[in-house]
Design a protein around this ligand. Structure first.
Ligand SMILES: Cc1cc2nc3c(=O)[nH]c(=O)nc-3n(C[C@H](O)[C@H](O)[C@H](O)COP(=O)(O)O)c2cc1C
Length: 224
């Protein structure tokens, strides 16, 4: 006769308590700028002249760009009035010009926070930065001729909280020919495209590729 071991009454498994990474320290940073591409946003002022402002709160989902602006931004006022912009992406080669635009605003009267932190009004920011405006195809604001990427965009939605989130549809994309994959008319070569990244208010470039990507097995055309 064979005997089987008595079956133990199952005890409920306790939900594991998540333990923090032992080396992690809880902190309370004033900003959460972990590293996003710098975008030079061109818009039109009320008198038809161009404004140009660096931002880095930007990402793309499909052909919709989501852009974050402080409520005092003159670009935001222009976007809400005109509904159009160009999202120019500088590379590391344009970092001097981007830095010249820092601490400037197209708003004739900068708010008290900006004044206290060294901002000043600059009317012609293309000239101030030493950048050249180039005509756009489908929107009125100009592109930045020196930027390797420029996306013409039309505002679809503006969400206002303590900041403004602008959703804009990209309607035309211009790229430096050196960024294109040979033989593929609509493909950008990620080995050639080097964005300028802002991390915690400082400028960085990208290093090379760090690992093969499973996601890259999906043909880009599948996303149309
Ligand atoms: C690299 C960089 C990134 C910035 N990112 C943002 C941003 O994401 N959103 C924002 O509102 N301001 C950002 N700023 C600050 C704006 O450039 C600043 O508010 C400026 O006055 C806006 O210009 P405007 O008032 O003519 O629109 C950034 C500045 C720099 C230099």
């Amino acid at each position: 006769m064979t005997t089987s071991a008595p079956t133990a009454t199952p005890t409920p498994t306790a939900t594991p308590t998540p333990t923090p990474t032992p080396t992690a320290t809880r902190i309370d940073p004033a900003i959460l700028y972990w590293g996003t591409p710098v975008v030079l946003v061109s818009t039109l002022n009320e008198d038809g002249s161009a404004n140009l402002a660096p931002i880095s709160s930007a990402f793309w989902l499909g052909h919709t760009a989501t852009l974050g602006f402080g409520l005092a931004s003159h670009s935001l006022a222009n976007l809400r009035r005109t509904g159009e912009c160009v999202l120019n992406l500088p590379g590391p080669g344009q970092v001097d010009a981007v830095d010249r635009l820092a601490l400037t605003t197209g708003a004739p009267q900068p708010n008290s926070w900006k004044l206290a932190n060294g901002y000043r009004h600059v009317r012609d920011k293309f000239r101030h930065a030493g950048l050249i405006p180039a005509d756009s195809d489908l929107v009125a604001p100009p592109r930045v001729a020196e930027c390797p990427v420029a996306m013409e965009a039309q505002v679809r939605v503006v969400h206002v909280t303590d900041h403004a989130l602008v959703q804009a549809e990209v309607v035309a994309v211009h790229v430096d020919p050196g960024l294109r994959v040979p033989g593929r008319p609509n493909r950008v070569d990620p080995d050639a495209w080097r964005p300028l990244i802002m991390s915690f208010q400082r400028f960085y470039g990208l290093g090379g590729e760090v690992h093969p990507s499973r996601l890259a097995g999906i043909d880009e055309e599948a996303y149309r």
